[in-house]
Design a protein around this ligand. Structure first.
Ligand SMILES: Nc1ncnc2c1ncn2[C@@H]1O[C@H](COP(=O)(O)OP(=O)(O)OP(=O)(O)O)[C@@H](O)[C@H]1O
Ligand SMILES: [Mg+2]
Length: 248
């Protein structure tokens, strides 16, 4: 089982959009039993999958001592893809985790699902602190969408530093140039520098439409450049996981 965390210290960079698409690809194309776990109180993952959630306050309870994530997991209309959706209780997640005092609580919970799932995709909130430390500790690979900007490049350096602190080794990290617009000079300049090797997800109205259609792009526009960019990313992640396993 592998945990794929989609995390960035930057907000609004396409984390939820990518998480949903990657989870869909893991299940539909990779034929992996996949769980999409929404850790963000905004609850965007369920929305993008077309799932209408009931108001409840249980998502953070999973992290408590007797918490059982399997009790909150529900199937989706996509074969092989399940969802653990977010709710308002996640507002208190940093507090719960601090009280619990277990630095690897999320990692342990994710591993407890390995009999039922081959892939766990985490849609992460753009916060730094206890929650992001737990995410870094749980991830087998960390996907980091970043805008094309020197500030994003700097954020990545800080994240690498945190990864070393939490993991104590070189991070299994895949930065992604997100919402890239070739018509913007600043984007082109940023991409000419150290971001040149990053996988690129273009700024695309088709990707934006996934929020209106509440369905992954692969279901309504599979043969487009935008969908293919998602597909390349998913394949790069599978390669990265394979490399990590070969090394580890
Ligand atoms: N590649 C893209 N091209 C155009 N629009 C995009 C793209 N990716 C995401 N969007 C749109 O940008 C907005 C933010 O995307 P999303 O919610 O996935 O970001 P996020 O990083 O999860 O945000 P948050 O930090 O609030 O959790 C949404 O309206 C989404 O439809
Ligand atoms: Mg989000």
């Amino acid at each position: 089982m592998a945990v794929i965390a989609v995390y960035s210290p930057k907000g609004g960079v396409g984390k939820t959009t990518l998480s949903v698409d990657l989870a869909w690809r893991c299940s539909m194309l990779g034929k992996h039993r996949t769980l999409l776990w929404d850790l963000d109180v905004q609850g965007g993952a369920a929305y993008l999958l077309g799932v209408n959630t009931e108001p409840r306050l249980r998502a953070a309870g999973v992290f408590q001592r007797e918490g059982r994530p399997d009790q909150l997991i529900e199937p989706t209309i996509y074969p092989g893809l399940s969802l653990l959706s977010a709710d308002d209780s996640l507002r208190a997640l940093p507090l719960h985790l601090a009280r619990l005092g277990q630095r690897r609580r999320l990692a342990v919970l994710a591993q407890s699902l390995q009999r039922d799932f081959d892939r766990v995709v985490l849609d992460c909130p753009p916060m730094q602190g206890e929650v992001s430390d737990q995410i870094l500790a749980a991830a087998d690979v960390l996907i980091v969408p970043l805008p094309a900007s020197p500030l994003a490049s700097r954020a990545l350096d800080l994240l690498r530093r945190d990864m070393l602190r939490v993991h104590g080794r070189h991070p299994p990290l895949l930065p992604v140039l997100s919402m890239y617009d070739v018509r913007r000079k600043g984007h082109r300049i940023a991409r000419e520098g150290r971001m040149s090797a990053f996988p690129v997800i273009p700024q695309s109205s088709l990707i934006e439409q996934t929020a209106f259609r509440r369905a992954p792009i692969g279901t309504f526009a599979p043969n487009t450049e935008a969908a293919q960019s998602m597909d390349r990313l998913w394949r790069a992640i599978e390669v990265k996981l394979w490399e990590e396993r070969a090394v580890g």
